[in-house]
Ligand binder design. Structure first.
Ligand code: GRF
Length: 379
């Protein structure tokens, strides 16, 4: 997920975020642009030194908040920012700005345990109140300053010997720990809003899932589980800004074919970089078992098992329909299917032992639904 970081000054939180990205601790998060509301500040130097696109939009040069925010939005959109981190950004953002991003996509770091001690002088207020504990809060930015839903917090003790500077230094340590972590959760799609967006829950990490896991859940027999899996794939793809491509499972190395041969095609896998893959086998969905029997689709559209000659058209059609349904749930617009196959086949079928041009049942259904088809031997 591409992040835009807005800064105004020292940039120590920006530094922590950039360092986290270098260590891989931002997960799929990637700082795409740093925008500063002030020129000549340390944050700008840090961003440039890190090789990040850096834009200075000096708020003093604008006639009013709207024009300033339009310039901010233009810079953020130009660099594809999908979410925003306010890292010491000293301007208040209007609902109009916030509505340019999906709910829950603009995060701020505040140097106190909100809702206690909001505002620009948190440490001073903490000391004046004689509080024994303060801390740092990452929260969603809402129209009301320092009042958006809390994402995460870290407590910091207040000592009698503290002055503003000493306290600020310790709280900053906590900020630098929790802000990159919260941005990682955001990028991983793990921040779930509830109670009308006034509260945030951090979802557990997705366990590392292989394509075989996906294949198994999609084909295990429960249509409910399969549909949930298809939607989960769509969610991951949307979070990461990737397309979902359906691929014949055999090309991924699943041995569902009648001959149980490994048809894994590394060329296919290489072409799928940057996409979320949805492995599909309409014949397994049809309930033909693994490995599925050898079959032929004749010129009249009748599917027969080669071993018994039985007409299995109804099951084969049902399998293709289920596959098409799962692909719709996952938002698939592109499918990479086998060139020759009675169900997946994009170009050719075997009829009476000879290869003839034509498409399999699933390929036909997808083609009719406007899905772009390609085959394993396309460049
Ligand atoms: C931090 O204390 C942060 O909590 C507040 O502004 C300060 C920014 O510091 N919102 P830096 O620019 O990240 O060093």
């Amino acid at each position: 997920m591409k992040l835009g970081v807005l800064v105004s000054g020292r940039g120590s939180n920006l530094e922590a975020i950039l360092e986290a990205e270098r260590r891989g601790a931002l997960g799929p998060g990637q700082v795409a642009v740093v925008v500063s509301s002030r020129p000549f500040v340390r944050a700008v130097d840090l961003a440039r030194a890190a090789g990040k696109p850096t834009v200075v939009i000096d708020h003093r040069g604008f006639d009013g908040r709207e024009a300033f925010e339009d310039a901010l939005l233009a810079a953020l959109h130009e660099h594809g920012a999908e979410a925003i981190a306010l890292a010491g950004f000293m301007r208040i953002l209007t609902p109009r700005f916030l509505s340019a991003f999906a709910p829950g996509r603009v995060l701020n770091i505040h140097p106190s345990l909100l809702p206690a001690f909001p505002g620009a002088h948190a440490h001073r207020d903490v000391l004046a109140a004689g509080a024994r504990v303060t801390g740092a809060t990452v929260h969603l930015v809402s129209a009301s300053v320092d009042q958006g839903a809390i994402v995460t917090q870290a407590p910091v003790p207040v000592f009698f010997s503290d002055d503003e500077e000493r306290l600020a230094r310790r709280v900053l340590g906590a900020e630098h720990r929790i802000f990159p972590r919260a941005l990682r959760w955001l990028a991983e799609g793990r921040l779930e809003l509830f109670a009308g967006g006034s509260r945030v829950r951090v979802l557990p990490p997705e366990p590392e899932r292989t394509l075989t896991d996906r294949y198994a859940t999609l084909h295990a027999g429960s249509l409910l589980a399969a549909r949930a899996e298809a939607r989960a794939i769509a969610h991951v793809a949307a979070t990461l800004g990737r397309p979902v491509v359906a691929v014949s499972a055999c090309l991924l190395g699943e041995r569902c074919r009648w001959d149980a041969q490994d048809r894994r095609d590394d060329g296919v896998l290489a072409r799928l970089a940057g996409a979320e893959v949805l492995p599909i086998c309409p014949e397994v969905l049809a309930g033909f078992g693994i490995p599925r029997p050898a079959m032929e689709l004749d010129a009249r559209g009748v599917m027969r098992r080669l071993d018994s000659g039985a007409d299995v058209t109804a099951s084969a059609l049902a399998g293709a329909e289920t596959a098409a349904l799962l692909l719709r749930e996952a938002g698939v617009r592109r499918a990479l299917l086998k060139q020759k196959s009675p169900s997946c086949g994009t170009r050719a079928l075997r009829q009476d032992g000879a290869l003839v041009p034509g498409q399999g049942l699933l390929a036909r259904a997808l083609g009719a639904a406007g899905v772009t088809l390609s085959a394993e031997d396309d460049a």
